[in-house]
Design a protein around this ligand. Sequence first.
Ligand code: CO
Length: 134
Amino acid sequence: MIGRLNHVAIAVPDLEAGIAQYRDVLGAKVSEPQDEPDHGVTVVFVELPNTKIELLYPLGENSPIKGFLEKNASGGIHHVCYEVDDILAARDKLLASGARVLGDGEPKIGAHGKPVLFLHPKDFNGTLVELEQV
Ligand code: CO
């Protein structure tokens, strides 16, 4: 059901430092920061030949990244995103298997303008999983 690894998202406590590290030290192509008010994050895309890394930084008081950074002060892997062809079919299959979908269970438009869903980390070995329909 799942396809390519679309991205790995890393929460960073200092966005400028994260950008400089990926651009200048690791030599990757790094986008301009993009605010995503619906998701409470500022995102930077790091383009790699086979996938992307997203650097996430809190945006606003209710950012979901804020609590994560309080627990992980130096930052950390926040989620992995797998591609699916049909997000509603994937959701229904997961629900039927007992997995929990976060929020109201309806896909939201993600940072790439495509429908996304998040799956409960406790159901996936402690890893927050995002599904993106491509
Ligand atoms: Co993501």
